[in-house]
Ligand binder design. Structure first.
Ligand code: KG4
Ligand code: ZN
Length: 351
């Protein structure tokens, strides 16, 4: 079975072809990073217009680099939630047009389910063996951060164990990078600078770090970095900048790894997985592998290209739905809300 996936929920226009084993036959991503960089964040109206310009050519390139004719495609999957609605509409409408013209089944995919199933994709020959259900997953992207118990490959099989009460982990990387003058997006820049830094240089405290709950919080550490910059200015030397990045990154990744593994121990599952843009973070990857290993738990990490936004994760999540007999009709809508359950209340205060 071969499925064409289309992704346009935020600032990446993607199209990819994936087979039933999760093998990625093509994966084309057109990034809008340069378009939004001068504003320090994504401007929704600019994102929609850029998707409109690039979605057609990106699909054409995904088909030609897979070396496939349309007759070989068995279905079309498209991100229809959550995301910027104007941006989602571009992908959804393109997918409907293609499905109608080719007489193919259409399925809408929750972007977050795509991230959760990213570990099933196989790009290189040495891709890790996919995990078995059930597992506990950390989803950490620019807009969402949560720990889930996952009993099967659809939203109905996902239970939230804890989520952030405020900012997402990727959002914290982006905001801290902005305060430090490192540009947008912040995750890759902080990851790179932290490599040479002393993680003990700045004693940041991480809210919820010692709490037994699986709920998370990242706005406090962002405020700590901002307060330091207000008091001392932006780190002046290379070593100070690297130390600030390393200390921030160590605080965030240690609490993510600790809570993920603790959740797996509580749920008595033998596998943990990670997904979302922050899953590309080098330190998070090594901490999760090491800590899981200490508890006899297998950590399955997606390949780097499967972490940040791409259409292969959408094609695979859609393929699973199609195999299940699911179909969407021509009135498939786009919405900013995820279909995943949410139990963590946003905001401060006692629980
Ligand atoms: O999953 P994604 O591509 O888009 C969303 O669905 O949000 O995640 C983007 C987020 C951004 O906040 C970006 O700064 C972060 O992932 N990110 C990273 C790294 N690469 C991307 N954060 C930490 N370390 C990285 N290497
Ligand atoms: Zn994403």
């Amino acid at each position: 079975m071969l499925v064409l996936g289309i992704e346009s929920s935020c600032d990446e226009t993607g199209a990819a072809v994936v087979d039933h084993d999760g093998r990625v036959l093509s994966d084309v991503v057109h990034s809008q990073v340069k378009l939004h960089a001068p504003y320090g964040g994504v401007i929704p109206e600019l994102a929609s217009r850029d998707h409109l310009k690039n979605a057609g050519p990106v699909v054409r390139e995904a088909m030609s680099s897979a070396g496939l004719s349309w007759e070989r495609i068995d279905g079309i999957a498209v991100t229809n939630r959550p995301g910027l609605v104007g941006a989602l509409l571009v992908g959804v409408q393109l997918a409907k047009g293609l499905a109608w013209a080719r007489g193919l089944p259409l399925v809408g995919v929750d972007h977050l389910v795509g991230h959760l199933l990213a570990v099933f994709l196989r790009r290189g020959e040495d891709a890790a063996l996919p995990p078995e259900f059930p597992f506990v997953a950390l989803l950490a992207s620019g807009g969402h951060t949560a720990i889930y118990r996952v009993d099967g490959p659809s939203a109905a099989h996902v239970k939230e164990l804890g989520a952030t009460r405020d900012d997402a982990a990727g959002e914290a990387f982006d905001k801290v990078a902005k305060v430090l003058g490192l540009g947008y997006p912040g995750g890759p820049a902080i990851d790179r600078l932290a490599r040479g830094g002393d993680p003990k240089a700045v004693p940041f405290t991480l809210p919820m770090g010692f709490s037994k709950s699986f709920e998370l919080s990242f706005s406090g550490i962002k405020t700590q970095v901002a307060a330091r910059v207000r008091e001392h200015g932006v780190p002046a030397t290379e070593a100070e900048m690297a130390g600030t990045c390393a200390s921030f990154q160590a605080a965030v990744t240690s609490v993510l790894a600790k809570k993920l593994v603790a959740a797996a121990v509580q749920e008595r599952v033998s596998t943990v997985v990670i997904g979302g843009g922050v899953a590309a973070n080098r330190e998070l990857r090594s901490r999760v592998t090491e800590l899981a290993g200490q508890h006899g738990i297998r950590a399955v990490l997606p390949e780097l290209a499967s972490c940040t936004d791409n259409a292969a994760i959408i094609a695979y999540a859609g393929l699973v739905k199609l195999q299940n007999g699911e179909r969407d009709s021509w009135n498939l809508i786009a919405t900013s809300a995820t279909s995943l359950p949410r139990s963590t209340r946003k905001g401060r205060g006692a629980r």
